[in-house]
Design a protein around this ligand. Structure first.
Ligand SMILES: Nc1ncnc2c1ncn2[C@@H]1O[C@H](COP(=O)(O)OP(=O)(O)OP(=O)(O)O)[C@@H](O)[C@H]1O
Ligand SMILES: [Mg+2]
Length: 241
């Protein structure tokens, strides 16, 4: 882990999609620095470029132009294999739809990224159990996804995202499929991980969710509209509980 450089360093990133004759400009000259340990909410209307940004941050897609340094490493010079290794080591993903394997138990789902990382079965088992313990699911390790509530399934996916101890946790509308009580629990969990030192970037439509972040970056039509520190995010939150 590189302790000096920011976790995310985007320099004048543009992303355009070519649709036949038409070019759709999803992001225009976006520059963004996110330092280790920050928790940032990405907000903006539908179509403003939030998911495009998150896909670029996650190296799931490449920019049309501009540079992206992830944890100090330039990404544009890496081939697909090198990028997948970088991603597996440095990034945890959480999606709105959980993306769990339905025939695998909670524990097996959490073990998955470690299979890619080449860990032994014993090590995988131990780390998966620890991660599930961290998200409060010690008593649900052997359940299949359809034997878990929505909030519990999302917590399994968070355990899977953090099990390799990534430098960066990326979440796209992680509570979009959850009711408000469960949303609170999942956001508390992100907040806890953040307080333990994790860098968290969460895309949301919901201003209540953005309150959990200490910084809010707003997008409009593919450009950064505002980038504000939310003063005393934590103390405000704790006062409310
Ligand atoms: N694969 C694609 N091909 C062509 N255009 C795309 C593609 N993906 C996104 N776009 C366009 O890029 C723009 C940004 O889309 P994006 O999905 O990033 O928005 P978003 O902010 O995540 O919206 P939402 O809140 O609805 O999820 C939109 O105008 C969209 O139509
Ligand atoms: Mg989106």
């Amino acid at each position: 882990m590189n302790t000096i450089s920011p976790v995310i360093d985007l320099r004048e990133i543009c992303k355009a999609y070519q649709m036949g004759e038409i070019t759709v400009s999803a992001l225009t000259s976006v520059s963004l620095l996110i330092r280790r340990g920050e928790m940032v909410a990405i907000m903006g209307a539908s179509g403003s470029g939030k998911s495009t940004l998150l896909n670029l941050l996650g190296t799931l897609d490449r920019p049309t132009s501009g540079r992206y340094f992830l944890d100090g490493e330039p990404t544009e010079t890496k081939n697909e294999f090198e990028l997948s290794q970088l991603r597996n080591r440095k990034i945890g993903f959480v999606f709105q739809s959980f993306n769990l394997l339905l025939r695998d138990t909670a524990q097996e789902n959490v073990e998955l990224p470690m299979i890619y990382a080449g860990l032994s079965a014993k090590e995988r088992q131990q780390k998966a159990r620890n991660a599930l313990h961290r998200v409060g699911l010690s008593d649900r390790m052997d359940h299949l996804p359809n034997q878990l509530s929505g909030g519990q399934q999302q917590r399994v996916s968070i355990a899977r995202a953090i099990v390799n101890q990534p430098a960066l946790l990326l979440a796209d509308e992680p509570t979009g499929a959850l009711d408000s009580a469960t949303t609170g629990q999942v956001m508390e969990l992100f907040s806890e991980l953040h307080q333990q030192g994790m860098t968290v970037v969460v895309v949301t439509h919901d201003a209540n969710i953005a309150k959990y972040a200490e910084r809010v970056v707003r997008f409009k039509d593919g450009v950064v509209l505002s980038d504000e520190k939310a003063a005393h995010a934590h103390s405000a939150l704790h006062a409310a509980h």
